[in-house]
Design a protein around this ligand. Structure first.
Ligand SMILES: [Ca+2]
Length: 581
Protein backbone atom coordinates (compact mmCIF):
# COMPACT_ATOMS: atom_id res chain seq x y z
CA UNK A 1 0.00 0.00 0.00
CA UNK A 2 2.80 2.38 0.86
CA UNK A 3 4.27 2.06 -2.61
CA UNK A 4 1.04 3.42 -4.06
CA UNK A 5 1.75 6.86 -2.67
CA UNK A 6 2.77 9.47 -5.21
CA UNK A 7 6.51 9.78 -5.59
CA UNK A 8 8.08 13.02 -4.52
CA UNK A 9 10.11 13.35 -7.70
CA UNK A 10 8.01 16.23 -8.87
CA UNK A 11 8.17 17.99 -5.58
CA UNK A 12 10.25 20.85 -6.95
CA UNK A 13 7.51 21.41 -9.50
CA UNK A 14 5.04 21.71 -6.67
CA UNK A 15 7.25 24.26 -4.98
CA UNK A 16 7.43 26.41 -8.03
CA UNK A 17 3.66 26.13 -8.50
CA UNK A 18 3.14 27.14 -4.92
CA UNK A 19 5.59 29.99 -5.19
CA UNK A 20 4.01 31.28 -8.36
CA UNK A 21 0.49 30.72 -7.14
CA UNK A 22 -0.36 30.73 -3.50
CA UNK A 23 2.41 32.73 -1.91
CA UNK A 24 3.45 34.50 -5.04
CA UNK A 25 2.30 37.94 -4.07
CA UNK A 26 4.65 38.01 -1.11
CA UNK A 27 7.60 36.64 -3.04
CA UNK A 28 7.18 39.02 -5.92
CA UNK A 29 6.92 41.93 -3.52
CA UNK A 30 10.24 40.91 -2.04
CA UNK A 31 11.90 40.49 -5.39
CA UNK A 32 10.92 43.96 -6.46
CA UNK A 33 12.35 45.58 -3.35
CA UNK A 34 15.67 47.39 -3.78
CA UNK A 35 18.55 45.38 -2.38
CA UNK A 36 19.87 46.95 0.77
CA UNK A 37 22.41 45.92 3.38
CA UNK A 38 21.54 42.45 4.59
CA UNK A 39 20.14 41.78 8.01
CA UNK A 40 23.37 40.25 9.31
CA UNK A 41 24.55 43.75 10.02
CA UNK A 42 21.42 44.68 11.97
CA UNK A 43 21.68 44.75 15.75
CA UNK A 44 18.29 43.27 16.52
CA UNK A 45 18.18 39.51 16.08
CA UNK A 46 15.77 37.63 13.88
CA UNK A 47 13.52 35.33 15.89
CA UNK A 48 12.14 31.96 14.77
CA UNK A 49 9.77 29.83 16.87
CA UNK A 50 9.48 26.25 15.63
CA UNK A 51 6.62 24.47 17.36
CA UNK A 52 6.10 20.74 16.85
CA UNK A 53 2.62 19.28 17.35
CA UNK A 54 2.11 16.34 19.76
CA UNK A 55 5.80 15.42 19.78
CA UNK A 56 6.89 13.35 22.79
CA UNK A 57 9.42 14.54 25.35
CA UNK A 58 12.12 12.14 24.18
CA UNK A 59 11.34 11.75 20.46
CA UNK A 60 14.21 14.00 19.37
CA UNK A 61 17.71 12.53 19.19
CA UNK A 62 19.07 15.29 21.42
CA UNK A 63 16.46 14.44 24.07
CA UNK A 64 17.18 10.70 24.07
CA UNK A 65 15.17 9.48 21.09
CA UNK A 66 16.10 7.19 18.23
CA UNK A 67 14.47 9.38 15.57
CA UNK A 68 17.10 10.80 13.23
CA UNK A 69 17.02 14.54 13.88
CA UNK A 70 20.51 15.82 12.93
CA UNK A 71 19.35 19.36 12.26
CA UNK A 72 17.53 19.87 15.54
CA UNK A 73 20.49 18.15 17.24
CA UNK A 74 22.77 20.73 15.59
CA UNK A 75 20.73 23.53 17.16
CA UNK A 76 20.90 21.76 20.55
CA UNK A 77 24.63 21.07 20.32
CA UNK A 78 25.30 24.71 19.52
CA UNK A 79 22.69 26.14 21.87
CA UNK A 80 20.93 25.33 25.15
CA UNK A 81 18.60 22.47 26.03
CA UNK A 82 16.13 23.34 28.79
CA UNK A 83 15.19 20.57 31.21
CA UNK A 84 12.26 22.29 32.98
CA UNK A 85 10.15 23.84 30.26
CA UNK A 86 6.36 23.67 30.16
CA UNK A 87 3.48 23.96 27.72
CA UNK A 88 -0.21 23.83 28.64
CA UNK A 89 -0.91 20.20 27.55
CA UNK A 90 -2.83 20.77 24.30
CA UNK A 91 -2.65 22.41 20.88
CA UNK A 92 -4.82 25.51 21.03
CA UNK A 93 -4.24 26.47 24.68
CA UNK A 94 -0.45 26.23 24.26
CA UNK A 95 -0.55 28.30 21.07
CA UNK A 96 -2.73 30.91 22.78
CA UNK A 97 -0.36 31.16 25.74
CA UNK A 98 2.77 31.17 23.58
CA UNK A 99 1.48 33.88 21.26
CA UNK A 100 0.18 36.22 23.96
CA UNK A 101 2.48 35.81 26.97
CA UNK A 102 -0.52 35.02 29.17
CA UNK A 103 -2.03 31.94 30.74
CA UNK A 104 -4.24 30.46 28.05
CA UNK A 105 -7.57 31.12 29.79
CA UNK A 106 -6.63 34.80 30.01
CA UNK A 107 -6.07 34.69 26.27
CA UNK A 108 -9.57 33.26 25.78
CA UNK A 109 -8.76 29.59 25.10
CA UNK A 110 -9.38 27.37 28.13
CA UNK A 111 -10.64 24.43 26.11
CA UNK A 112 -10.85 24.33 22.34
CA UNK A 113 -12.01 26.65 19.56
CA UNK A 114 -15.75 26.62 20.29
CA UNK A 115 -17.14 30.04 21.20
CA UNK A 116 -18.54 29.64 24.70
CA UNK A 117 -20.06 32.11 27.08
CA UNK A 118 -17.30 32.94 29.57
CA UNK A 119 -14.15 35.04 29.08
CA UNK A 120 -11.78 32.09 29.49
CA UNK A 121 -13.61 30.07 26.87
CA UNK A 122 -14.18 32.35 23.88
CA UNK A 123 -12.31 29.84 21.69
CA UNK A 124 -10.18 32.50 20.01
CA UNK A 125 -7.46 34.95 20.98
CA UNK A 126 -9.33 37.70 22.81
CA UNK A 127 -9.34 41.31 21.71
CA UNK A 128 -7.78 42.20 25.07
CA UNK A 129 -4.57 40.35 24.16
CA UNK A 130 -1.60 41.16 21.97
CA UNK A 131 0.36 38.59 19.99
CA UNK A 132 4.15 38.49 19.84
CA UNK A 133 3.82 39.44 16.16
CA UNK A 134 1.75 42.54 17.01
CA UNK A 135 4.29 43.61 19.63
CA UNK A 136 7.38 42.96 17.51
CA UNK A 137 5.90 44.91 14.61
CA UNK A 138 6.00 47.97 16.87
CA UNK A 139 9.75 47.37 17.22
CA UNK A 140 10.33 47.34 13.47
CA UNK A 141 10.09 43.63 12.76
CA UNK A 142 8.81 41.92 9.64
CA UNK A 143 6.45 39.16 10.75
CA UNK A 144 5.39 35.93 9.07
CA UNK A 145 3.89 32.59 9.96
CA UNK A 146 3.69 29.22 8.26
CA UNK A 147 1.69 26.28 9.58
CA UNK A 148 -1.05 25.55 12.06
CA UNK A 149 -3.00 28.48 13.54
CA UNK A 150 -5.78 26.84 15.60
CA UNK A 151 -6.51 29.79 17.87
CA UNK A 152 -9.68 31.01 16.16
CA UNK A 153 -13.34 29.94 16.29
CA UNK A 154 -14.19 27.20 13.86
CA UNK A 155 -16.91 27.95 11.35
CA UNK A 156 -18.71 24.73 10.61
CA UNK A 157 -21.61 23.89 8.31
CA UNK A 158 -25.25 23.43 9.40
CA UNK A 159 -25.46 19.75 8.47
CA UNK A 160 -22.99 16.88 8.95
CA UNK A 161 -23.41 16.02 5.26
CA UNK A 162 -22.35 19.47 4.11
CA UNK A 163 -19.54 19.53 6.67
CA UNK A 164 -18.14 16.26 5.29
CA UNK A 165 -18.44 17.45 1.70
CA UNK A 166 -16.42 20.53 2.72
CA UNK A 167 -13.80 18.44 4.55
CA UNK A 168 -13.58 16.13 1.51
CA UNK A 169 -12.84 19.14 -0.75
CA UNK A 170 -16.04 18.50 -2.71
CA UNK A 171 -17.52 21.90 -1.97
CA UNK A 172 -15.88 25.14 -0.91
CA UNK A 173 -16.68 27.89 1.54
CA UNK A 174 -14.39 30.88 1.86
CA UNK A 175 -14.09 31.30 5.64
CA UNK A 176 -12.77 28.69 8.04
CA UNK A 177 -13.00 31.13 10.96
CA UNK A 178 -14.06 34.74 11.27
CA UNK A 179 -11.50 36.54 9.09
CA UNK A 180 -10.80 39.05 11.89
CA UNK A 181 -9.27 36.16 13.83
CA UNK A 182 -6.84 35.04 11.08
CA UNK A 183 -3.06 35.38 11.62
CA UNK A 184 -2.83 38.29 9.18
CA UNK A 185 -5.28 40.17 11.41
CA UNK A 186 -3.26 39.31 14.52
CA UNK A 187 0.08 40.81 13.59
CA UNK A 188 1.48 38.52 10.91
CA UNK A 189 2.27 40.30 7.64
CA UNK A 190 2.35 37.00 5.78
CA UNK A 191 0.72 33.67 6.42
CA UNK A 192 0.57 30.28 4.77
CA UNK A 193 -1.00 27.33 6.58
CA UNK A 194 -4.14 25.81 8.01
CA UNK A 195 -6.61 27.74 10.15
CA UNK A 196 -7.92 24.54 11.77
CA UNK A 197 -6.01 21.93 13.76
CA UNK A 198 -6.28 18.47 12.18
CA UNK A 199 -4.92 18.03 8.66
CA UNK A 200 -4.73 15.50 5.88
CA UNK A 201 -0.98 15.95 5.28
CA UNK A 202 -1.40 15.21 1.58
CA UNK A 203 -4.33 17.58 1.01
CA UNK A 204 -5.01 19.74 4.07
CA UNK A 205 -8.36 21.29 4.91
CA UNK A 206 -8.53 25.01 5.76
CA UNK A 207 -5.34 25.85 3.88
CA UNK A 208 -4.98 29.55 3.17
CA UNK A 209 -2.49 32.10 1.94
CA UNK A 210 -3.13 35.26 3.91
CA UNK A 211 -6.93 35.14 4.06
CA UNK A 212 -7.39 33.48 0.67
CA UNK A 213 -8.29 29.78 0.58
CA UNK A 214 -5.93 27.56 -1.41
CA UNK A 215 -8.42 25.25 -3.06
CA UNK A 216 -6.08 22.76 -4.73
CA UNK A 217 -2.61 21.45 -4.04
CA UNK A 218 -0.18 19.75 -6.45
CA UNK A 219 -0.19 15.97 -6.77
CA UNK A 220 2.92 15.39 -4.66
CA UNK A 221 2.05 17.80 -1.91
CA UNK A 222 3.19 17.00 1.62
CA UNK A 223 2.22 19.54 4.22
CA UNK A 224 5.29 19.41 6.48
CA UNK A 225 7.49 20.18 3.47
CA UNK A 226 5.17 22.99 2.42
CA UNK A 227 5.30 24.58 5.89
CA UNK A 228 9.09 24.45 6.07
CA UNK A 229 9.71 25.46 2.47
CA UNK A 230 7.39 28.43 2.88
CA UNK A 231 9.48 29.40 5.93
CA UNK A 232 12.58 29.13 3.71
CA UNK A 233 10.96 31.38 1.12
CA UNK A 234 10.12 33.94 3.79
CA UNK A 235 13.69 33.85 5.13
CA UNK A 236 15.15 34.37 1.66
CA UNK A 237 12.75 37.21 1.03
CA UNK A 238 13.52 38.92 4.32
CA UNK A 239 17.28 38.69 3.69
CA UNK A 240 16.74 41.58 1.28
CA UNK A 241 15.06 43.72 3.92
CA UNK A 242 16.98 45.90 6.35
CA UNK A 243 14.47 44.99 9.08
CA UNK A 244 14.79 41.94 11.34
CA UNK A 245 12.06 39.32 11.15
CA UNK A 246 9.91 37.23 13.47
CA UNK A 247 8.88 33.91 11.97
CA UNK A 248 6.50 31.44 13.61
CA UNK A 249 6.80 27.97 12.10
CA UNK A 250 3.91 25.94 13.53
CA UNK A 251 4.44 22.39 12.32
CA UNK A 252 1.53 19.94 12.15
CA UNK A 253 3.92 17.01 12.62
CA UNK A 254 3.70 14.52 14.21
CA UNK A 255 0.02 15.03 15.13
CA UNK A 256 -2.27 12.24 13.88
CA UNK A 257 -3.35 11.09 11.30
CA UNK A 258 -0.16 9.10 10.81
CA UNK A 259 0.68 10.38 7.33
CA UNK A 260 4.23 10.29 6.00
CA UNK A 261 6.20 9.86 2.79
CA UNK A 262 7.14 6.26 1.96
CA UNK A 263 10.86 7.02 1.76
CA UNK A 264 10.81 8.47 5.28
CA UNK A 265 8.78 5.57 6.68
CA UNK A 266 11.19 3.09 5.09
CA UNK A 267 14.01 4.38 7.31
CA UNK A 268 12.16 3.17 10.41
CA UNK A 269 10.79 -0.08 9.00
CA UNK A 270 12.61 -2.20 11.60
CA UNK A 271 13.26 0.35 14.35
CA UNK A 272 10.22 -0.40 16.47
CA UNK A 273 9.96 -4.15 15.99
CA UNK A 274 11.58 -4.67 19.40
CA UNK A 275 8.57 -3.10 21.06
CA UNK A 276 7.66 -0.67 23.80
CA UNK A 277 10.04 -1.70 26.61
CA UNK A 278 13.10 -1.90 24.37
CA UNK A 279 12.62 1.63 23.06
CA UNK A 280 11.67 3.03 26.43
CA UNK A 281 14.71 1.56 28.16
CA UNK A 282 17.01 2.67 25.33
CA UNK A 283 15.69 6.23 25.55
CA UNK A 284 16.05 6.29 29.32
CA UNK A 285 19.66 5.08 29.16
CA UNK A 286 20.49 7.58 26.42
CA UNK A 287 19.01 10.43 28.47
CA UNK A 288 21.23 9.45 31.40
CA UNK A 289 24.26 9.24 29.10
CA UNK A 290 23.52 12.65 27.60
CA UNK A 291 23.33 14.13 31.11
CA UNK A 292 19.75 15.21 30.55
CA UNK A 293 18.41 13.39 33.62
CA UNK A 294 19.77 12.13 36.91
CA UNK A 295 18.61 8.54 37.47
CA UNK A 296 18.62 9.11 41.24
CA UNK A 297 15.83 11.68 41.00
CA UNK A 298 14.31 10.67 37.66
CA UNK A 299 13.30 7.03 37.89
CA UNK A 300 11.74 5.36 34.91
CA UNK A 301 8.02 5.19 35.67
CA UNK A 302 6.11 1.95 35.13
CA UNK A 303 5.15 1.40 31.50
CA UNK A 304 1.49 2.10 30.81
CA UNK A 305 -0.51 -1.13 30.75
CA UNK A 306 2.55 -3.33 30.97
CA UNK A 307 0.22 -6.29 31.52
CA UNK A 308 0.56 -6.85 27.78
CA UNK A 309 4.04 -7.92 26.77
CA UNK A 310 5.19 -6.93 23.31
CA UNK A 311 5.77 -10.53 22.26
CA UNK A 312 2.15 -11.32 23.12
CA UNK A 313 0.80 -8.27 21.33
CA UNK A 314 -1.37 -9.56 18.46
CA UNK A 315 -0.96 -6.21 16.66
CA UNK A 316 2.80 -5.90 16.98
CA UNK A 317 3.46 -5.61 13.25
CA UNK A 318 0.90 -2.85 12.91
CA UNK A 319 2.02 -1.08 16.07
CA UNK A 320 5.67 -1.10 14.95
CA UNK A 321 4.56 0.42 11.64
CA UNK A 322 2.50 3.07 13.41
CA UNK A 323 5.47 4.23 15.45
CA UNK A 324 7.64 4.14 12.31
CA UNK A 325 5.26 6.63 10.68
CA UNK A 326 5.35 8.83 13.80
CA UNK A 327 9.16 8.81 13.56
CA UNK A 328 9.03 9.50 9.81
CA UNK A 329 6.86 12.57 10.39
CA UNK A 330 9.43 13.97 12.84
CA UNK A 331 12.30 13.01 10.53
CA UNK A 332 10.67 14.94 7.67
CA UNK A 333 10.14 17.94 9.93
CA UNK A 334 13.81 17.82 10.88
CA UNK A 335 14.82 17.74 7.21
CA UNK A 336 12.74 20.88 6.68
CA UNK A 337 14.38 22.55 9.67
CA UNK A 338 17.69 21.68 7.99
CA UNK A 339 16.55 23.68 4.94
CA UNK A 340 15.60 26.57 7.23
CA UNK A 341 19.09 26.51 8.80
CA UNK A 342 20.70 26.37 5.33
CA UNK A 343 18.66 29.33 4.12
CA UNK A 344 19.75 31.36 7.15
CA UNK A 345 23.36 30.36 6.54
CA UNK A 346 23.23 31.14 2.81
CA UNK A 347 21.79 34.58 3.47
CA UNK A 348 24.27 35.41 6.23
CA UNK A 349 21.60 35.53 8.93
CA UNK A 350 22.25 32.41 11.00
CA UNK A 351 24.51 33.96 13.65
CA UNK A 352 22.04 36.65 14.60
CA UNK A 353 18.89 34.55 14.59
CA UNK A 354 17.38 33.20 17.79
CA UNK A 355 15.74 29.86 17.01
CA UNK A 356 13.64 28.05 19.60
CA UNK A 357 12.30 24.53 19.05
CA UNK A 358 9.69 22.89 21.27
CA UNK A 359 6.46 20.85 21.31
CA UNK A 360 2.96 22.15 22.05
CA UNK A 361 2.13 19.17 24.28
CA UNK A 362 3.24 15.64 25.07
CA UNK A 363 2.72 12.78 22.63
CA UNK A 364 -0.94 11.96 22.11
CA UNK A 365 -2.72 8.85 23.35
CA UNK A 366 -5.83 9.75 21.36
CA UNK A 367 -7.46 6.97 19.40
CA UNK A 368 -7.91 8.63 16.01
CA UNK A 369 -9.71 5.69 14.35
CA UNK A 370 -12.25 5.77 17.19
CA UNK A 371 -13.25 9.33 16.33
CA UNK A 372 -14.34 8.43 12.81
CA UNK A 373 -15.18 11.05 10.19
CA UNK A 374 -16.86 14.34 11.10
CA UNK A 375 -16.17 17.81 12.46
CA UNK A 376 -12.52 18.12 11.35
CA UNK A 377 -11.99 14.68 9.78
CA UNK A 378 -12.93 13.75 6.20
CA UNK A 379 -14.45 10.47 5.07
CA UNK A 380 -13.12 10.58 1.51
CA UNK A 381 -10.15 11.99 -0.33
CA UNK A 382 -10.71 14.72 -2.90
CA UNK A 383 -10.82 12.10 -5.69
CA UNK A 384 -13.37 9.98 -3.84
CA UNK A 385 -11.25 7.25 -2.21
CA UNK A 386 -12.75 6.08 1.07
CA UNK A 387 -10.73 6.92 4.19
CA UNK A 388 -10.32 4.02 6.59
CA UNK A 389 -10.85 4.61 10.31
CA UNK A 390 -10.33 1.00 11.14
CA UNK A 391 -10.15 0.04 14.81
CA UNK A 392 -9.08 -3.43 13.72
CA UNK A 393 -5.63 -2.19 12.70
CA UNK A 394 -5.99 -3.89 9.31
CA UNK A 395 -4.76 -1.01 7.16
CA UNK A 396 -1.14 0.05 7.02
CA UNK A 397 -0.66 3.53 8.48
CA UNK A 398 1.06 6.16 6.35
CA UNK A 399 -1.03 6.94 3.27
CA UNK A 400 -3.76 9.51 2.86
CA UNK A 401 -6.51 6.90 2.95
CA UNK A 402 -5.83 5.76 6.53
CA UNK A 403 -6.51 7.76 9.71
CA UNK A 404 -4.65 6.20 12.60
CA UNK A 405 -2.61 7.17 15.64
CA UNK A 406 0.08 5.62 17.86
CA UNK A 407 -2.20 4.93 20.86
CA UNK A 408 -1.60 4.95 24.59
CA UNK A 409 1.33 2.58 24.91
CA UNK A 410 3.49 4.24 22.28
CA UNK A 411 2.50 7.69 23.54
CA UNK A 412 3.77 6.62 26.95
CA UNK A 413 7.04 5.53 25.29
CA UNK A 414 7.32 8.78 23.32
CA UNK A 415 7.09 10.71 26.59
CA UNK A 416 9.80 8.65 28.34
CA UNK A 417 10.57 8.94 31.23
CA UNK A 418 7.34 10.72 32.19
CA UNK A 419 3.83 9.47 32.84
CA UNK A 420 0.71 10.15 30.80
CA UNK A 421 0.33 12.34 27.76
CA UNK A 422 -1.33 15.20 25.89
CA UNK A 423 -4.22 16.88 27.73
CA UNK A 424 -3.04 15.71 31.18
CA UNK A 425 -1.22 17.85 33.71
CA UNK A 426 1.28 15.13 34.57
CA UNK A 427 4.78 15.74 33.21
CA UNK A 428 4.05 13.54 30.18
CA UNK A 429 1.43 16.06 29.11
CA UNK A 430 3.05 19.40 29.92
CA UNK A 431 6.83 18.95 29.96
CA UNK A 432 8.39 19.82 26.61
CA UNK A 433 11.84 19.64 25.12
CA UNK A 434 13.01 23.21 24.46
CA UNK A 435 16.08 24.26 22.53
CA UNK A 436 17.37 27.80 22.16
CA UNK A 437 20.03 28.58 19.53
CA UNK A 438 21.52 32.00 18.85
CA UNK A 439 25.27 32.11 18.13
CA UNK A 440 25.54 35.86 18.59
CA UNK A 441 23.39 36.14 21.70
CA UNK A 442 23.87 32.92 23.68
CA UNK A 443 27.13 32.80 25.59
CA UNK A 444 26.35 29.70 27.66
CA UNK A 445 28.50 26.68 26.89
CA UNK A 446 27.47 25.20 23.56
CA UNK A 447 25.36 22.10 24.02
CA UNK A 448 24.71 22.76 27.70
CA UNK A 449 21.55 22.04 29.68
CA UNK A 450 19.63 24.64 31.66
CA UNK A 451 17.26 23.87 34.53
CA UNK A 452 15.41 27.20 34.62
CA UNK A 453 11.67 26.64 35.12
CA UNK A 454 10.18 28.02 31.93
CA UNK A 455 6.80 28.16 30.22
CA UNK A 456 5.59 28.97 26.71
CA UNK A 457 4.24 32.30 28.01
CA UNK A 458 7.88 33.36 28.60
CA UNK A 459 8.61 33.96 24.91
CA UNK A 460 6.74 37.28 24.95
CA UNK A 461 8.95 38.83 27.67
CA UNK A 462 12.07 37.25 26.20
CA UNK A 463 11.49 38.54 22.69
CA UNK A 464 10.34 41.95 23.93
CA UNK A 465 13.64 42.23 25.78
CA UNK A 466 15.95 41.20 22.95
CA UNK A 467 14.01 43.16 20.34
CA UNK A 468 13.90 46.33 22.44
CA UNK A 469 10.11 46.29 22.14
CA UNK A 470 7.52 47.27 24.71
CA UNK A 471 4.67 45.10 25.94
CA UNK A 472 1.72 47.49 25.82
CA UNK A 473 -0.83 48.31 28.50
CA UNK A 474 -3.44 49.11 25.87
CA UNK A 475 -3.75 47.99 22.26
CA UNK A 476 -6.34 49.10 19.70
CA UNK A 477 -8.39 50.62 22.51
CA UNK A 478 -8.35 47.51 24.71
CA UNK A 479 -6.69 47.17 28.10
CA UNK A 480 -4.10 44.39 27.95
CA UNK A 481 -3.40 42.31 31.08
CA UNK A 482 0.18 42.30 32.35
CA UNK A 483 2.11 39.37 30.94
CA UNK A 484 2.41 36.38 33.26
CA UNK A 485 5.60 35.24 31.52
CA UNK A 486 9.18 35.94 32.58
CA UNK A 487 12.12 36.71 30.34
CA UNK A 488 14.57 33.85 29.95
CA UNK A 489 17.35 36.08 28.65
CA UNK A 490 19.59 35.64 31.70
CA UNK A 491 19.66 31.90 31.05
CA UNK A 492 21.29 32.64 27.68
CA UNK A 493 24.50 33.44 29.54
CA UNK A 494 24.38 30.08 31.31
CA UNK A 495 22.69 31.13 34.54
CA UNK A 496 20.98 28.09 36.06
CA UNK A 497 17.78 28.04 38.11
CA UNK A 498 15.30 30.84 38.42
CA UNK A 499 12.25 31.26 36.26
CA UNK A 500 8.84 30.50 37.74
CA UNK A 501 8.58 29.59 41.40
CA UNK A 502 4.88 28.95 40.83
CA UNK A 503 3.14 27.52 37.77
CA UNK A 504 -0.42 26.36 37.15
CA UNK A 505 -2.55 24.64 34.56
CA UNK A 506 -6.14 23.61 33.89
CA UNK A 507 -7.61 21.84 30.88
CA UNK A 508 -10.98 20.03 30.89
CA UNK A 509 -10.57 19.53 34.64
CA UNK A 510 -7.02 18.12 34.47
CA UNK A 511 -4.83 20.47 36.48
CA UNK A 512 -1.69 21.12 38.43
CA UNK A 513 -0.17 23.66 40.78
CA UNK A 514 3.54 23.83 41.30
CA UNK A 515 5.47 25.81 43.90
CA UNK A 516 9.21 25.31 44.22
CA UNK A 517 9.79 21.57 44.19
CA UNK A 518 6.22 20.67 45.15
CA UNK A 519 3.54 19.82 42.62
CA UNK A 520 -0.06 18.69 42.99
CA UNK A 521 -1.63 17.02 39.98
CA UNK A 522 -5.13 15.84 39.20
CA UNK A 523 -6.55 14.03 36.18
CA UNK A 524 -9.91 15.74 36.42
CA UNK A 525 -11.46 14.09 39.46
CA UNK A 526 -11.46 15.67 42.92
CA UNK A 527 -8.25 14.02 44.09
CA UNK A 528 -4.98 15.89 44.18
CA UNK A 529 -1.79 13.84 44.09
CA UNK A 530 1.34 15.32 45.66
CA UNK A 531 4.87 14.96 44.35
CA UNK A 532 8.26 16.37 45.25
CA UNK A 533 9.87 17.03 41.89
CA UNK A 534 13.36 17.50 43.35
CA UNK A 535 13.33 13.84 44.39
CA UNK A 536 10.76 12.41 42.02
CA UNK A 537 10.66 14.03 38.59
CA UNK A 538 8.50 11.26 37.16
CA UNK A 539 5.66 11.58 39.70
CA UNK A 540 5.85 8.02 41.00
CA UNK A 541 5.60 8.53 44.78
CA UNK A 542 2.31 10.15 45.73
CA UNK A 543 2.91 11.90 49.07
CA UNK A 544 -0.64 13.17 49.60
CA UNK A 545 -1.33 10.96 52.64
CA UNK A 546 2.01 11.81 54.22
CA UNK A 547 1.70 15.53 53.74
CA UNK A 548 -1.97 16.59 53.60
CA UNK A 549 -1.17 20.13 54.72
CA UNK A 550 1.03 20.67 51.65
CA UNK A 551 -1.80 19.42 49.43
CA UNK A 552 -4.18 21.86 51.11
CA UNK A 553 -1.73 24.72 50.74
CA UNK A 554 -1.12 24.10 47.03
CA UNK A 555 -4.82 23.45 46.36
CA UNK A 556 -5.59 26.87 47.84
CA UNK A 557 -2.93 28.43 45.61
CA UNK A 558 -4.42 26.70 42.58
CA UNK A 559 -7.91 27.96 43.40
CA UNK A 560 -6.70 31.52 43.85
CA UNK A 561 -4.91 31.32 40.52
CA UNK A 562 -7.97 29.78 38.81
CA UNK A 563 -10.26 32.50 40.18
CA UNK A 564 -7.98 35.28 38.95
CA UNK A 565 -6.97 33.89 35.54
CA UNK A 566 -10.35 33.16 33.90
CA UNK A 567 -10.39 29.41 34.64
CA UNK A 568 -13.55 30.26 36.53
CA UNK A 569 -16.31 30.84 35.79
CA UNK A 570 -16.65 27.78 33.59
CA UNK A 571 -19.03 28.13 30.65
CA UNK A 572 -22.63 27.12 31.12
CA UNK A 573 -23.56 27.02 27.45
CA UNK A 574 -21.61 24.35 25.69
CA UNK A 575 -21.33 24.45 21.95
CA UNK A 576 -23.19 21.62 20.29
CA UNK A 577 -20.36 20.09 18.29
CA UNK A 578 -17.53 17.96 19.55
CA UNK A 579 -13.92 18.90 19.00
CA UNK A 580 -11.35 16.25 19.69
CA UNK A 581 -8.12 17.67 18.48
CA1 LIG B 1 -0.70 19.40 19.84
Amino acid sequence: MLSNLPSMKNYKVYLSVLAIGAIASGLIAWQSKPQKAIVASAKKPNIIVILADDMGFSDLGCYGGEVNTPNINYLANNGIRYTNFYNTSRCCPTRASLLTGLYNHQAGIGKMTDAEDEPGYQGHLGENTVTIAEVLKTAGYNTAMSGKWHVSNTNDRPTPKEQLAWLDHHIEFPEFSPIAQYPTNRGFDKYFGTIWGVVDFFDPFSLVSGTKPITTVPKNYYHTDAINDTAVAYIKGYAKSDKPFFLYVAENAPHWPLHAKPEDIAKYKDTYKGGWDAIREARYQKMIKLGLIDPATTKLSKRWHDDLKWENNPDKDYDAEAMAVHAAMIDCMDQGIGRIISALKQTGQLDNTLIVVLSDNGASAENAPGYGPGFDRPNETRDGRQISYSLKKDNHPGPETVYSSIGQRWANVANTPYQFWKAESYEGGVHTPMIAFWPKGITAKKGSFNNRVGHVMDFMSTFVEIAGAKYPQTYKGHTIPATTGLSMVESFSGKQGGGHNELFNEHFGARYARQGDWKITSMGDTTWHLFNLAEDRTEINDLRSQNPSKVKELAALWRTWANTHNVFPKPGRKAAKNVEN
